[in-house]
Design a protein around this ligand. Sequence first.
Ligand SMILES: [Zn+2]
Length: 84
Amino acid sequence: MVLNCRHVWKEISNYIEGTVAPELRDEMEQHLAHCRHCAAVLDSTRNILYLIADERVFTLPAGYADRLHARLQEEIEGPPSGGV
Ligand SMILES: [Zn+2]
């Protein structure tokens, strides 16, 4: 099984929480080791989850994951301000 970025994003919160299957976890770790986009997603998602854990009053906006994914897709397909 070969994971693509979308698979990783879909499971990333489960990955952080440790609720993914061991085989999937291994696949994700391999992907994260060489994919900077997914590594960035991991960092961002982890920060959000830590905020929730630390600040009980922090409320996750509905649909945040969809917006995060849309933004990542933009970055992967080409940043609006140009670049490399
Ligand atoms: Zn990726």
